[in-house]
Design a protein around this ligand. Sequence first.
Ligand code: HPA
Ligand code: ZN
Length: 339
Amino acid sequence: MDENLKRYIELIPKAELHVHIEGTFEPELMFEIAQRNNVSLNYNSVEDLRKAYEFNSLQDFLDIYYGAANVLLHEQDFYDLTMAYLQRAHADNVVHTEIFFDPQTHTERGVSFETVINGISNALKDAKTQLGISSKLIMCFLRHLSEQSALETLEEALPYKHKIIAIGLDSSEKGNPPSKFFNAFNRVREEGFFVVCHAGEEGPAEYVWEAIDLLEAERIDHGVASIHDETLMDELRDRDIPLTVCPLSNLKLKVVDDLKQVPIKAFLDKGMLVTLNSDDPSYFGGYVNDNYLQTAKALNLSRNDIYTLAKNSFTASFITAEERNAFIEKLHTFDKNFR
Ligand code: HPA
Ligand code: ZN
C-alpha cells in the first residue's frame, strides 16, 4: 500500500464503536491475572493459547472467549483489562470509544455487577485524564440466555444508569433473533437508553429488520448480511442507521472467506453510515488501525473513503452535537494539514 495512505490511516483521529472489553483480553494479561487470582487456564502458555485462536464460526470463538473471562474476579482485574485496551486504542489515534461489556458473563459466576462496572468505569475516567480519550459504555444482554435473565440484568444496571449510554444484544446469533428480546428492549427504551443490536453477522438480513423495526435499534453491529437486501440497505440509509462493521472479525469467524467480500465499498457507495471497528481485537488479529489498513488494501479504498469512514465514526457516536462538531473539526484540520 501507498506509504502516505498508510500514515494517513494511522494518524487520522477516529472513534471506535464496536469493541467488547472482554475481547481485548491479551493472553499475556490473562496469564498475569490468572496467576494473581490463583485460577487455572486451560492452556500452558501464551503460545498455546494463541494457537487455539483458529475459529470456524462465531460459536467456536465464543467458547474460548467465555472461558478466558473466568479469570476476571476483582475490580482491579476489570480496571487493568480496560486500561490496557484504552492505551492500545490511544496508540491508534482513537479519540473516542464506545465499549461493550457483558455483565451476565460475570454475574453468572458470582462476580457482582458493581465489581464489573466500577473496575471498567474507573479506567474510563482515568484514561480521559491521562490520555484524553473520551468514552461511553454499552451494556449487552447475552442472547443465548433468556429474556427473563436480560430483564433481571437491566434491573441490576439501573443504579448505575448514569454510567451506561446504550444497551445492546450479543453472543450466539443464529436461533436467537432480536424478537426474542422484544419485551426487554421495550423496558430498555422506557428507561431512556439508546438501543444497539448485533444483527446480520451470521444471521440473515431478516434479523436486521427485526432489530430496527421491533427493537428500534439506533445502530446495527455488523449488519453485513444487509448486502443481500436492497430494500433494507435503502431503509438503513434513509433512517440514518449506522452499521459498525468489523472486517477482521468477519474474516476470522469465516463470515467471509476473503476481506474483499466485506461489503464496505458497496455500503459507502450507497451512502450508508458505515464504520470500521475491531470487535474482539485480541482474538481477531488486530486493533482498529489494522482493520482500516487491511480493508483499505483489500478493497483499494481511497484517502477520501478513509476520511468518510472516520467522519462516519463520529457521526454515529452517542455524543452531543457539540462534541460531534468538535471531533469533526479536529478531523477536518487533520485532513487539511496532512502531507
Ligand atoms: N458477535 C456476537 N457476540 C459477540 C461478538 C460477536 O462478534 N464478540 C463478542 N461477543
Ligand atoms: Zn461484536
